[in-house]
Design a protein around this ligand. Structure first.
Ligand SMILES: NC(=O)c1ccc[n+]([C@@H]2O[C@H](COP(=O)([O-])OP(=O)(O)OC[C@H]3O[C@@H](n4cnc5c(N)ncnc54)[C@H](OP(=O)(O)O)[C@@H]3O)[C@@H](O)[C@H]2O)c1
Length: 189
């Protein structure tokens, strides 16, 4: 049975690979990332694999953008069955030499936007008593590495957030919350 799947971070790396994989299974895809040009490329790849595709250029850190994406997905395809969130950014450098706005942007993208995706998706899934949310953590949510403090802090925060959401989800059978923690994957990041 085909599903409606939203992918945030669909234009590169793990999100793009996931989009191709879902497309090959005949799912309806709602693809989001910031770059409209790259979204159009991924849309063509997925259509060539037989999928129906909606692309919605979205900055997940922009106020209201994630809710607008969900509204667009529902208007096109009806209820969302699954939401895969892979969008993230990284900044390298010593903590004390990293400008505060750079550190904050990593936290905003990698932790706060993931929380916003969870908020928007789970409200819809809970109303429908169905839906699967997949968030993307990292092995760097369990261990640490120097010169990546913002990323490491965000990914540790995401681990805690997901554990708490999974506990809350015990009250809502049918709603599943998953966290994927990759090790090193050869992607543009
Ligand atoms: N690659 C690894 O070794 C590795 C290891 C562990 C965990 N992970 C995690 O896996 C996930 C995917 O990583 P990846 O390696 O596939 O990264 P990637 O190739 O750099 O892809 C990141 C994606 O996120 C999108 N994105 C970034 N900021 C965004 C924003 N503000 N709004 C919307 N979309 C945004 C990018 O598109 P635009 O720039 O067009 O917005 C792109 O589609 C991340 O959560 C990462 O932390 C990766």
């Amino acid at each position: 049975m085909s599903r409606t799947v939203v992918i945030t971070g669909a234009t590169s790396g793990i999100g793009r690979a996931a989009a191709r994989e879902f497309a090959g299974r005949g799912d309806r895809l709602v693809l989001a990332a910031r770059s409209p040009a790259t979204l159009a490329q991924v849309r063509e790849e997925c259509r060539a694999a037989g999928a129906e595709v909606l692309t919605v250029p979205t900055d997940v850190t922009a106020p209201g953008a994630v809710a607008a994406l969900a509204d667009a997905a529902e208007a096109e395809f009806g209820a969302i069955d699954a939401w895969v969130h892979t969008a993230a950014v990284m900044a390298y450098g010593r903590f004390d030499e990293t400008p505060a706005e750079v550190f904050d942007q990593v936290i905003r993208t990698d932790l706060l936007a993931a929380a916003e995706v969870a908020r928007v998706a789970l409200r819809r899934f809970q109303a429908a008593s169905a839906g699967t949310l997949v968030l993307t953590g990292s092995v760097l949510g369990h261990i640490t590495a120097p010169y990546m403090s913002g990323y490491v802090a965000a990914k540790w925060g995401l681990q805690g957030l997901v554990r708490a959401l999974q506990q809350e989800a015990r009250e809502t059978p049918g709603v599943r919350i998953c966290l994927v923690n990759p090790g090193s994957v050869d992607t543009p990041v």
